[in-house]
Design a binder for this molecule. Structure first.
Ligand code: IVH
Length: 711
């Protein structure tokens, strides 16, 4: 993205984020989820980091909270109620630590991790130990006085408990701090801050009740908590059975560690989360986050991340604040199940019944801890319902174990380069006609065999003698094809863990294993590559001979004979050059390849002159497939001109390995014995070929002797 594009995008993002914020904070109306709005903010934040010249004071990244409502009395906070900076990855967290290290070189940081509750922030002020003021955050400087409502929340003590001095000693408060504390408790004020929330259980019970009573349902626990507090009837707040957990003490009591603040809050009678944990370094913080990211569903409340705080309180003023929040706390968010990204392309996949299903190819984005690059669009009606165009910014969702889907288009973020989506006129797999039956939603390929043929092609490519991808067997391939994840062989190389995890039978581990196995086989032997393409009549041996063709031509170049110039540069690596080489071969030139007759030559020629095939090769190349430099080059062709037949079981290598070795040394393998056979290799329990060889007087070698020959 160039500077001008970034500027436009930043402006659009700011407008859209502000619009949603305004709806949400001022009207309690939520058009898009918190996760989607976070995703927009994150994109804005990242763009602003890349182009700081475009940061303006009114950017959503630079401000806190919402406007206070007119209906409540305004209160000025004793200290600003700030917001937190968000981190979304381990890298973000490491960068955060590095930034702090730059400010305080040589300093070691201790951390304290708290589950970050998703509710409404509340300031709780106690004058002479009695609850005197409860306020919302408002705009950070001025909040709304919601004391009466908060008084109904049982988790908030109306009077602070007076701890014994021994309890303070146990927490580690030295004498001056203990004195300061008692003075604040008895004669001054103590302010705590925390989060008022609704547990999932209460939320569900209330909604069931409201449903029975025909009342409007609560949208989500967070809105329910916020709405319950920011309304005028305390009786309604009481009925909502809110909970409240304290996460900081604002009053300076001369404590050393944040951890002590929370221990003190607990002995004062506040609820403090039992899951909080001291972490001696960032690695432990990352582990804490990872653990709860996995187990968050088990918590009794919604939790959207971990609030990571520097434990040493003396460092807080030294690290200071910047813009909307403190440098000494970071909200390390759990990966959201929704995110915002762009649709790059729409591809059509053909199902078992010939039905075409559109899939959106996305700019890769992390959702729920995995990278997503595709989302299902179901059918053309759905595309129309969403109003989706190519290049649109969309919200995608991946909830639990389902395939990600596009749930909403953000048309306000359009930049002018969007394109309408049309179903293809020809089938993208077989080139057959695509029709829409009247009264049906789906478009179909008229070729009944299209799906089955394609499945065979996919399986053939992944098989042992071709690309040889372990773990990519027929069952998995069928599953991938069904889900639209494998339209053709090039799609294998685009698969991400995020694509696989939602699929049945795919645990985290197997998704990881398969993507790794595919990545490890991106570089392919030319002979296997040609064989894998499944060109009619071009079996294993023809593929090998065709592959050798390039080497032969290379030799001819040296002899100054007619050669396509690309061929000699090609020598294996890039697919494009190899295509060019085969494309330039005429049918009669192909016929000169050993074993290639007119029918085979024509089939190869046609294959390399078909636009669908060329597009496929192009996609393979784009998806990172490369050709291994030819392996037999440089090896003495000691078995050149010799034909082998294998029979019986070899102990030290499989049949395929033996064939491979023979061929790489220039030899040939045949399946039946004739007088042209040079050697019959006999393993254990040889079959009839052995007898025939004996009859014809063909030389029979045992495994040991054979191994000597191929050494
Ligand atoms: S510390 C400077 N700790 O998250 C602000 N906040 O996104 C200090 N939150 O406004 C906040 N759990 O309402 C802190 N353990 C926790 C929290 C927490 C939830 C909320 C809080 C804050 C918001 C920022």
């Amino acid at each position: 993205m160039d500077k001008q594009q970034a500027k436009i995008r930043i402006e659009k993002l700011k407008k859209e984020i502000n619009r949603h914020r305004y709806l949400y904070h001022v009207y309690d109306k939520q058009e898009i989820s918190d996760a989607a709005s976070d995703s927009l903010k994150n994109e804005l934040f990242k763009l602003e980091m890349e182009h700081p010249e475009f940061i303006t004071p009114d950017s959503p990244t630079q401000r806190v909270g919402g406007k206070p409502l007119d209906k409540f009395k305004k209160v000025k906070h004793s200290a600003p109620m700030m917001s937190l900076f968000d981190a979304f990855s381990r890298e973000d967290m490491r960068d955060w630590e590095k930034r702090m290290e730059r400010i305080m070189p040589g300093q070691r940081f201790d951390y304290f991790c708290e589950l970050k509750l998703d509710g409404l922030a509340a300031a709780l002020v106690y004058a002479r130990g009695k609850f005197s003021l409860g306020a919302t955050r408002g705009d950070g400087a001025i909040g709304e006085d919601v004391t009466q409502n908060l008084r109904t929340v049982e988790a908030i003590p109306l009077a602070l408990r007076r701890p014994e001095e021994s309890e303070l000693v146990k927490i580690g408060l030295p004498k001056p701090a203990r004195n300061k504390f008692y003075a604040a408790l008895d004669k001054g004020t103590i302010e705590a801050r925390g989060e008022a929330i609704m547990t999932k259980k209460v939320f569900n019970e209330l909604n069931q009740k409201y449903k029975k009573e025909g009342k409007p349902l609560l949208a989500n626990p967070r809105n329910a908590a916020a709405g319950s507090i920011r309304q005028l009837d305390p009786k309604l707040t009481a009925a909502r059975k809110l909970d409240c957990y304290v996460y900081s003490l604002i009053t300076d009591l001369g404590l050393e560690r944040h951890e002590q603040e929370l221990e003190l809050a607990a002995v004062l009678g506040f609820k403090v989360l039992k899951y909080n944990k001291y972490c001696k370094n960032l690695e432990e913080v990352l582990a804490f986050h990872g653990e709860w990211e996995k187990n968050r569903e088990k918590l009794p409340f919604h939790c959207d991340g971990v609030a990571v705080k520097i434990n040493q309180l003396s460092l807080w003023p030294r690290l200071g604040t910047v813009g909307k929040g403190p440098r000494y706390i970071m909200a390390y968010k759990f990966s959201a199940e929704q995110a915002v990204t762009k649709v790059k392309e729409v591809v059509w996949q053909v199902g078992r019944t010939g039905c075409l299903t559109p899939t959106a190819t996305l700019e890769p984005v992390a959702v729920g801890g995995v990278t997503i690059s595709r989302a299902t669009l179901h059918n053309m009606d759905e595309i129309e319902r969403l109003g989706l165009k190519i290049n649109d910014t969309v919200i995608i969702e991946r909830a639990g174990d389902v395939i990600p889907k596009v749930i909403k288009v953000l048309p306000k973020l359009r930049e002018g380069g969007e394109k309408n989506i049309k179903p293809p006129a020809d089938c993208p797999i077989c080139g057959g006609k695509v029709v829409k039956a009247p009264g049906e939603v789906a478009y179909r390929c008229v070729n009944k065999n299209c799906y089955a043929v394609n499945l065979r092609r996919l399986t053939h490519w992944a098989s042992r003698k071709a690309a040889d991808i372990p773990g990519l067997g027929p069952k998995i391939i069928e599953q991938l094809a069904r889900e639209g994840l494998a339209r053709d062989i090039s799609d294998f190389y685009k698969l991400t863990e995020g694509d696989l995890k939602p699929l049945e039978r795919f645990a985290d581990k197997s998704a990881d294993n398969l993507t790794k196995a595919i990545a490890a086989k991106k570089e392919i032997d030319l002979a296997r590559f040609i064989y894998g393409l499944g060109i009619r009549y071009a079996g294993e041996k023809t593929a090998l001979l065709l592959a050798k063709q390039i080497t032969n031509y290379k030799l001819q170049i040296t002899n100054k004979s007619k050669i396509p110039p690309a061929a000699h540069r090609a020598e294996g690596q890039a697919i494009a050059e190899i295509i060019k080489y085969y494309q330039e071969l005429k049918v009669d030139e192909l016929e000169r390849v050993e074993d290639v007759g007119p029918i085979v030559a024509k089939s190869i020629y046609d294959w390399f002159h078909n636009k669908y095939n060329l597009a496929l090769l192009d996609r393979l190349e784009k998806n990172g497939v490369t050709i291994k430099p030819l392996e037999w080059r440089g090896k003495p062709q000691i078995l050149a001109g010799k034909t082998f037949v294998l029979t019986g079981t070899l102990e030290s290598l499989t049949r395929d390995e033996a064939k491979d070795k023979i061929r790489k040394l220039g030899g040939d393998v045949s399946s039946s014995v004739s007088k042209n056979t040079d050697f019959t290799v006999a393993g254990a329990e040889p079959g009839s070929k052995h007898d025939k060889a004996r009859k014809l007087g063909v030389k029979i070698v045992g495994e040991k002797e054979f191994l000597e020959m191929i050494k």
